[in-house]
Structures are given as structure tokens and as C-alpha cells.
Design a protein around this ligand. Structure first.
Ligand code: GDP
Ligand code: MG
Length: 302
């Protein structure tokens, strides 16, 4: 069976551009430590499943690096090629928060990182070599929410509010395998309510074109109904019924990473790397970066 990540099935217009120029995308993971951030990145893009694919770590030593405890902001760049489309993926792994003291340090380094990329882009844009700017702006933050609490923690609310004018936030419930379906549903509803009550602006999924076919519309509705995405990360493969499955084994069964009825992993990957990648880039550029630019110019003028 062919395992595709799926970015080569980008919408046609984007696809053509991507074949010509390649495609840059930067993803950042944020949240408490121990929630499986590094593991999920690994499951999303670096897993052994893609070992036979054209995939090279441009920067950084090995895939397994990512799953060691993250103490600093770490940037990894990968080039993945699929059906003639080249994707340059930058993954920014951040140190998680443990307590309120290091939370504020961690928050600060995350925000500094995002701002620094805007600043660099701004300088490049005003420079002489405007045609060949490398876009290192953060296009999406995957925000990890603990499955052990009852919803958002104060630190989550604070962090998301500090980030929401700067980046597209996509909220996730981490380690969803420890929750039952019913618990997950309650938790999702509560988080959506808390996001609203606290005026947190998460990434808004665009409306579907009215001329899309019914299948696509249905898929789009399911995607939106899944937010915050419940994810399970895992770097090991288990055998079940003669098949190799990526999943977490429990006495009562296996929670399969790639099974959409077990968790939202596949939906998340599909949306990041195929259906919504261009929109995430557009919103970064048209909304978040424009905000930065307007503020920056205003400050310069005093
Ligand atoms: P990080 O600090 O957020 O980067 O978390 P890590 O990726 O280092 O993972 C912390 C621990 O949680 C490791 O022991 C992982 O094996 C485990 N873990 C990661 N993802 C999951 C998951 O989806 N479910 C469960 N049950 N454990 C996970
Ligand atoms: Mg980590």
C-alpha cells in the first residue's frame, strides 16, 4: 500500500506553483512539557513510514533527536519530495512549560522567535534582494492541551492570548488515547467554550466553496467539527492480525494513530499539509504579518 503524506494533492493552482518553486512551510509546537509534542512531530512527518521516500534532514542530525527532551527552541528543516513537488518543511520544537517560572521564560522565547521571523522578513522585503526572500515566518502553531485537566489551564489561556495576533493557532488535545470517547467529547465542547469565553482567536477554517462536491463539503464539515483535534502520537509499530499498525497497545485494544475513528491524527495531517497549507500561509502573510508591519511602521514614525 502506498503511503503518501499528501501534499502533492494540493489544489491545482497551488500545485503548479509548488512544482515550479517548491513550497515552504513552518510549523511550531507549543504546550506544557511531556504532552507528546516531539513525538507527534515525529509521527506526522519523520516516522519510519517515510524511510523509503525522498526525505532528507537538511539541518539537524537524526530523526530521533526530536524525541529527546526539548530544552531549547530547536529548528529542524526537512525536504520532502512527492510526485515532483518539493516541500521544504521547517519544524520548530519548543521547550514545554513545567511551572509558572519557566512558563514565562518559555512564552517569551516562543514570542521572540515569532517576532524575529517577522523582523527578518520585513528587513528582507525592504532590501535589494526582494525576489528571493526565504520565508521563515511561522505559519501555524499546534497548541497542545493536556488531557489530564478539565479543559484549558490558566497558562494555556495566557499563552494563546499572547500568540493569537501573531500566528495561526490550531488547538490539539494531546494523548487522546487516555480518554474515552465520551470524555473526549465533553473536553472538546468545554475547550471550545473556554476559547470563546476568553476571546481567544484560533485559526479560523475558511468556508468551503459552494461549488465543491458533496464529498468534499462533508469532509470539511467533519474537519471543523473535530476542533480541537484529538491526537495520538507514537513512534512504534505494533502487530495486529498480521498487519503492522502505528498505535498504542492497551489490554483492551490498540489505539490506532492512523485510524480516523480512533483519533484526529489523519485529519490534522491532511489539513496541514494538503487542504489548508496555502490558507495558513495566506493568513500569516495577509493578516499576521500585515499587523506586524503596520505596528512596526507606526513605531518607527514615533
Ligand atoms: P514533549 O515534552 O511534549 O515533547 O513530549 P514527548 O514527545 O517528549 O513525550 C513525552 C512522553 O509521552 C513520552 O514518554 C512519550 O512516549 C509519551 N507520549 C507521546 N505521545 C503520546 C500519546 O499520544 N499518548 C500517550 N499515552 N503517550 C504519549
Ligand atoms: Mg519535546
Amino acid at each position: 500500500e502506498d503511503e503518501y503524506i499528501g501534499f502533492a494533492t494540493l489544489p491545482e493552482q497551488v500545485h503548479r506553483k509548488a512544482v515550479r518553486k517548491g513550497f515552504d512551510f513552518t510549523l511550531m509546537v507549543v504546550g506544557e512539557s511531556g504532552l507528546g509534542k516531539s513525538t507527534l512531530i515525529n509521527s506526522l512527518f519523520l516516522s519510519d513510514l517515510y524511510k523509503d521516500r525522498e526525505l532528507s534532514v537538511v539541518n539537524g542530525t537524526s530523526y530521533n533527536d526530536l524525541i529527546e527532551r526539548t530544552v531549547n527552541i530547536e529548528k529542524k528543516q526537512l525536504e520532502i519530495e512527492e510526485k515532483g513537488v518539493r516541500l521544504k518543511l521547517t519544524i520548530v520544537d519548543t521547550p514545554g512549560f513545567n511551572d509558572s517560572v519557566n512558563a514565562s521564560n518559555s512564552q517569551k522565547s516562543i514570542i521572540d522567535y515569532v517576532d524575529q521571523q517577522f523582523k527578518q522578513y520585513f528587513e528582507d522585503e525592504s532590501g535589494l534582494n526582494r525576489r528571493n526572500i526565504i520565508d521563515n515566518r511561522v505559519h501555524c502553531v499546534l497548541y497542545f492541551i493536556s488531557p489530564y485537566g478539565h479543559g484549558l489551564r490558566q497558562i494555556d489561556i495566557e499563552t494563546m492570548r499572547k500568540l493569537h495576533n501573531k500566528v495561526n493557532i490550531v488547538p490539539l488535545i494531546a494523548k487522546a488515547d487516555i480518554l474515552t470517547k465520551a470524555e473526549l467529547k465533553t473536553m472538546k465542547d468545554r475547550i471550545i467554550q473556554e476559547i470563546e469565553d476568553n476571546h481567544i482567536r484560533i485559526y479560523e477554517f475558511p468556508d468551503c466553496d459552494s461549488d465543491e462536491d458533496e464529498d468534499f463539503k462533508q469532509q470539511d464539515r467533519e474537519l471543523k467539527a473535530s476542533i480541537p483535534f484529538a491526537v495520538v502520537g507514537c513512534n512504534t509499530v505494533v502487530e495486529a492480525g498480521g498487519k503492522k499498525i502505528r498505535g498504542r497497545a492497551y489490554p483492551w485494544g490498540i489505539v490506532e494513530v492512523d485510524n480516523p475513528s480512533h483519533c484526529d491524527f489523519v485529519r490534522l495531517r491532511q489539513m496541514l499539509i494538503s487542504t489548508h497549507m496555502q490558507d495558513l500561509k495566506d493568513v500569516t502573510s495577509d493578516v499576521h504579518y500585515e499587523n506586524y508591519r503596520a505596528m512596526h511602521i507606526r513605531t518607527q514614525m514615533g
